[in-house]
Structures are given as C-alpha cells and as structure tokens.
Design a protein around this ligand. Structure first.
Ligand SMILES: NC(=O)c1ccc[n+]([C@@H]2O[C@H](COP(=O)([O-])OP(=O)(O)OC[C@H]3O[C@@H](n4cnc5c(N)ncnc54)[C@H](OP(=O)(O)O)[C@@H]3O)[C@@H](O)[C@H]2O)c1
Length: 407
C-alpha cells in the first residue's frame, strides 16, 4: 500500500500553501488522511510548513523536481493521489502526468492550459485507461463551478423538466478576486506558445479541443462578442476571460457522457453587466478592457511594462483579507429543445482563484483518494465526470460552495 493518500506537489506555490492549509484544517497532520507536502527545495518546504503553525509539524515532506524522473517517480510511487500546483504546466507538468498515467496513480491539477491538456490526452490517454489512473485537470475555479454547475443543472433538468437543456449559458453575475503570479505566468506561456505555433492557435480556437476526434459534434458554438445583448439573461454581456477554458471542459464532459445533452448542445460563458444604458456601458467597458489587456500582453514593450510594474510576480497573489472578502456568484441559464427553462445559481464564499480554488482542488483530491467515482476505470476525466454527485456534496459541505435552482 502506498505510504500517502495525497501528496501536494508544489506545496511552496502561492496556491499550494493554501491547499495545505485547507487539508490541515480539515484533516489534521496525522489523521486518517495521510498526506504530505512536496516541492524541489527542502528549505522552502520547511519554511512553508513552519508558516502553517505547530499543528503542521508532523506533515511529512517529500523532495521532487519536475524535471527529474527519479525523484518524481519515487514521489508518484509513494501515493494514491498527486495534487499538483506546479505551473505553468506546459513547462513543468508533462513528466508528472506521464508517470501518474504509467503507474496508475490518480492526479489532479489547476491547469487552464488547453493546448497542453490536449497534448497530454493524446500522449497518455490510452496509458491511463490501461493503468486505471484518473487524470483530472482543471480542478479549481477553472473549471469546477462551470463543469459541476452544468452537471447539476442537467441533473435537475432531467428530474424537473424531463429533458436535458440543449442550450446552456454560464453568466458570471458578480465576483471579487485577483490573479497570482503563477496564473499570469501560465497565461503568458499559452500566449507565447500560440504566437510560435499554428497548431496551438487552432487548438485554442476549437471549442471541441478536448473532445475525442471520433463522434465530435459539428454544432457551431455560440461566440460572445465584445459587447452583446443576451437572450438568456435578458441584459448585456461581455466576454469572460476563463470562458475559453471552461467551455472546452464542459464539452469534454458532454462527450464523456456520450452526448447525453443532445448532439446540438450549445454552451457559452459571459459576464453579466445588467440592463439598460448602464448595462451596455458596463459591457462595453469590460469588452474594451479585456481586448486591450490581451492586446497589450501580445506586444513585447507593453507586455514587459505589465510584467514589470502591474502584474504579480511568481509566488505573489491576493492578500488573506482579499481572499476572505472575495466571493463569486454564477448563474447557469438552461433551455430545453422545447424552450422550457431552468436557472441554477452557483456561489463560493472566498475569492474565486485562491480562497475558493484551494478548497475545490483539496476536495477533488480527497474524493479521489477515497476511491469515489462514477466512471469506471482510468483515463482523462473532468471533475464532474470523475466524481459526480459525491463531489457536489463535498463542495457544499467543505468548500463553501452552493448549487441552487432558482425558481
Ligand atoms: N484554475 C484555477 O482556478 C487556478 C487558480 C490558481 C492558480 N492556478 C494555477 O496554479 C499554478 C500555480 O500558481 P501559483 O500562483 O500558486 O504559482 P507560484 O506561486 O508561482 O508557484 C509555482 C510553483 O512551482 C514550483 N516549481 C517551479 N519549478 C519547479 C520544478 N522544476 N520542480 C518542482 N517545482 C517547481 C515552485 O517551487 P519553488 O518554491 O521551489 O520555486 C512553486 O511551488 C499556475 O499554473 C496557475 O495558473 C489555477
């Protein structure tokens, strides 16, 4: 039997430290859940463990470097689940995914790097299916609220409306939070890859990038313009920066569920800015701001200025007070083929990217370690397909999230 249930690889990262804090608060250092903190430097690991307080003193430390197959293989061999926060994943995550797939060890992470996920799936999907490893990318704010939210909406649609929603729109109603340096580094790395490579650009533009080639639907997916009037919510909307990740994950869930929501299932994500002139101005401002930000990141001089003076550096992120004050409120609007409608509210009680994300991925890892699962065997799963309703219950009980149908 492996020595640990969960190893948190990247325990020294901004978000990794929060994950360790969550596991310590929920399970203690020497409780039933046997977990360990891993990183490449013993000195930094010891400093992080000391920061967590005296209760953490008994948490074991594991040394592993993402580029060193020997130390990484030993870490993978010692645990049932690897939870990785070492990103950008395209730079530091590939060997780890390969080893987990080969050794049949469950794995979850916080990547939002769609081209990298597509590459991992193509390279190691069959190996994971054979070994029984469950690989679960996107186990944080990208894409748990969207992916698990759509799962709950469809479950409720089946019960209440007797049919799936063939059209679903996720709308961010309100949120408070900020980015960390690691997230910025990952975004910049995706943009760098996209500039250098046609295939990466094509993957980024493909809503079905994470779906199996065979049986891929040809349904055209809705695209949110910079400013648009929204038939689903009745107000104005602007693009949601995480939509390009979450939509791909939701379509993968649909494919893994054998297209149970219909071959013409359509899904998009946007930010709601309200009705009237004020709503239009909000959407126009947000659309222009996002367009300007992405344009500035793609040009070397402005990118340098942003990285140097505006964006957080690796290891930095929102303060504990900002995480505590943070929250999110998401609405999922569903329509069946007969135009019956259903609305679901998904909320979180901390800032989306860190205070809430650390609890989401912590619960995903514990559920994997507990052997919970709806889908037989191994492979590359989304959070909702890997863990289903059991994850919904755990997110509500332990991660400060709610999933509630609105009449
Ligand atoms: N999906 C979401 O909602 C969400 C939310 C938050 C974060 N994220 C993602 O999570 C990742 C981490 O973000 P962050 O801000 O916490 O990052 P960060 O603070 O910059 O930390 C990066 C981590 O990677 C480790 N690392 C770098 N090279 C390594 C190597 N060769 N071997 C082992 N470890 C290595 C660093 O270890 P050292 O301490 O030794 O340098 C550090 O622990 C990013 O990819 C980010 O995009 C996603």
């Amino acid at each position: 039997m492996p020595r640990y249930d969960i190893v948190v690889f990247g325990a020294t990262s901004f978000v990794g430290r929060l994950v360790c804090r969550h596991l310590l608060a929920r399970h203690g250092a020497q409780g039933e859940l046997r977990w360990a903190m891993a990183a490449r430097s013993r000195e930094r690991l010891e400093a992080v463990r000391a920061e967590l307080g005296p209760d953490a003193a008994a948490v074991p430390l594991v040394m592993a470097d993402s580029g060193d197959e020997v130390s990484l293989g030993a870490m993978v061999g010692a645990t049932r689940v690897v939870l990785s926060t070492v990103g950008p994943y395209a730079l530091y995550g590939s060997l780890l995914v390969r080893l987990c797939a080969e050794q049949g060890v469950d794995y979850c992470d916080l990547t939002g790097e769609v081209p990298w996920m597509a590459r991992m799936l193509a390279a190691h999907g069959d190996t994971a299916a054979r070994s029984g490893a469950r690989i679960v990318h996107c186990a944080g704010f990208d894409s748990v609220p969207s992916d698990v939210g759509v799962h709950v909406l469809q479950r409720e649609a089946a019960t209440r409306l007797g049919a799936p929603c063939t059209r679903v729109g996720m709308r961010l109603k309100a949120a408070s939070g900020a980015f960390s340096g690691g997230t910025v580094a990952s975004l910049l790395n995706v943009l760098r890859e996209a500039r250098a490579d046609d295939e990466t650009r094509a993957l980024l533009a493909d809503p079905y990038a994470l779906c199996p080639r065979e049986g891929r639907p040809s349904t055209e997916q809705p695209e949110v313009g910079l400013t648009a009037r929204d038939a689903l919510s009745g107000g104005w909307i602007a693009p949601f920066i995480m939509g390009a990740i979450n939509t791909r994950v939701v379509h993968r869930s649909h494919a893994l569920r054998a297209h149970a929501w219909g071959a013409d299932f359509r899904y998009d994500e946007a930010v709601m800015t309200g009705g009237g002139v004020r709503g239009w101005m909000g959407a126009a401002g947000m659309g222009a701001g996002l367009g300007g930000f992405m344009a500035a990141l793609s040009v070397p001089p402005t990118r340098w200025l942003l990285e140097r003076f505006v964006l957080p550096a690796p290891g930095e992120g929102p303060s504990p007070e900002a995480q505590e004050r943070g929250f999110f409120d998401i609405r999922l609007f569903g329509l069946t083929a007969d135009d019956a409608s259903l609305q679901l509210r998904v909320t979180g009680d901390r800032d989306p990217g860190y205070g809430s994300t650390c609890k989401m991925i912590g619960e995903v890892a514990v559920a994997l370690a507990d052997g919970i699962g709806e889908y037989p065997g191994g492979g590359f799963f989304t959070p909702s397909v890997a863990l289903g309703d059991a994850l919904v219950e755990r997110l509500e009980a332990h991660a400060g999230m709610t999933f509630e149908v609105i009449d």
